[in-house]
Design a protein around this ligand. Structure first.
Ligand SMILES: NC(=O)c1ccc[n+]([C@@H]2O[C@H](COP(=O)([O-])OP(=O)(O)OC[C@H]3O[C@@H](n4cnc5c(N)ncnc54)[C@H](O)[C@@H]3O)[C@@H](O)[C@H]2O)c1
Length: 342
């Protein structure tokens, strides 16, 4: 029987997020051959290698790259480490999948994009919401005549606690800002208010390059077990509600629809569930939240079967939005967002 071609990939970092939400997908991705695991903490590297099926484990990145010679690497550690380690792997010409944020500053993220270009390789940033089926379905519906042209986008996100506005946006808001770009394209200008005493909050009004307007409201007033997220898109003939990047609901007069698979009409609106009836490993949320999709895409991009996306250019664009929001909060003025957007 012909075998699915697979890429020999190494994983750097075996902490909570990696072992809880990323490694569990690998057995379900035939193109991803996990050849080695590296973590500064030997016990974690050993554990992840044994549990997720890698033959080799290491505590030093350089040693691993030299001995294993992988086709590409995944990097998932503290935010501060993504830049240093990804710079090392990109400079060796290795395709690199890195967790968000890719770096702590826009300048460092641009340095990663430059290193990739200079060494003939590429980086992918772990903006998994682009692979969550609920968001993918919404984007597909946006391309239909029934939806028409996007007029406005509203994003709401309430996260667990942060004591600093920059860190809230860097570590968490960055996902929603990338989702805004995924769904609505480039932001041309924005105006932001911020609250930095106690609960951190930002309210950002945006104009997109194609004329649509948008609003992003984020705060850190929830706990980590009851985070809240909603996205609403208004077109010229329909609306789309995406609940927590998990479930998509379409609002439109039923006459506007070509009734399709999975689209259930009710009353004056329509509802499309993308997360019902998941079984087995999918029920843990790795598939619906987009983790399986991003890692599967990375492996297939290393094999040259698909174009890598989202790239470091998307990382740079998301970081430029964060800088623009902080600048607007600080100055009380609207800010043009040109820098870094591809
Ligand atoms: N996309 C998402 O939904 C999501 C969710 C949670 C966390 N994250 C991201 O995942 C990352 C990891 O978070 P976490 O909670 O798992 O952290 P963690 O502290 O549990 O794990 C980090 C691991 O990296 C290892 N490490 C640090 N420097 C290293 C180096 N130079 N070489 C090898 N290993 C090194 C540490 O020893 C540790 O085991 C964070 O950057 C966070 O932003 C993303």
């Amino acid at each position: 029987m012909p075998q699915t071609p697979s890429a020999r990939l190494a994983f750097i970092g075996a902490g909570n997020h990696a072992t809880g939400s990323l490694y569990p997908n690998l057995a379900q991705i035939p193109q991803f051959d996990l050849v080695a695991v590296c973590d500064l903490v030997e016990e974690r590297a050993r554990y992840a290698a044994r549990k997720f099926g890698a033959l080799h484990w290491f505590t030093d990145v350089g040693t691993m790259l030299h001995e294993v010679q992988p086709d590409g690497v995944c990097v998932c550690g503290p935010a501060e480490m993504h830049h240093a380690v990804s710079l090392q792997t990109l400079r060796r010409g290795l395709p690199t999948f890195m967790e968000k944020p890719p770096a702590l500053t826009l300048a460092e993220t641009q340095q990663l994009a430059d290193a990739a270009r200079d060494h003939g390789t590429w980086g992918m940033v772990a903006f998994m919401k682009r692979f969550a089926p609920a968001n993918v379905v919404a984007k597909e519906f946006m391309a239909s005549d029934a939806f028409g042209q996007l007029s406005s986008l509203t994003l709401i996100h309430s996260s667990g606690p942060y004591d600093d506005l920059r860190r809230m946006l860097l570590l968490n808001g960055i996902h929603m800002l990338d989702l805004a770009r995924f769904l609505a394209g480039e932001v041309e200008s924005l105006f932001a208010h911020g609250r930095t005493d106690g609960v951190q909050a930002a309210s950002v009004s945006m104009r997109f390059a194609d004329g649509a307007v948008g609003q992003f409201n984020m705060n850190s007033g929830h706990t980590w077990t009851d985070c809240f997220e909603q996205t609403y898109l208004s077109g010229s003939g329909a609306g789309i509600l995406i609940d927590a990047s998990q479930r998509t609901e379409v609002f439109a007069e039923s006459s506007r629809f070509a009734k399709g698979e999975g689209l259930v009409l009710y009353g004056w609106g329509s509802r499309y569930h993308v997360s019902g009836n998941m079984a087995g490993w999918e029920a843990g949320g790795h598939y619906t939240r987009g983790y399986w999709g991003e890692l599967s895409h990375f492996a297939r991009a290393v094999l040259g079967q698909v174009e890598p996306t989202p790239t470091l250019a998307d990382g740079v664009a998301a970081m430029a939005l964060i800088e623009a929001i902080l600048q607007s909060v600080e100055s009380g003025q609207p800010v043009s967002v040109g820098a870094g957007q591809s």
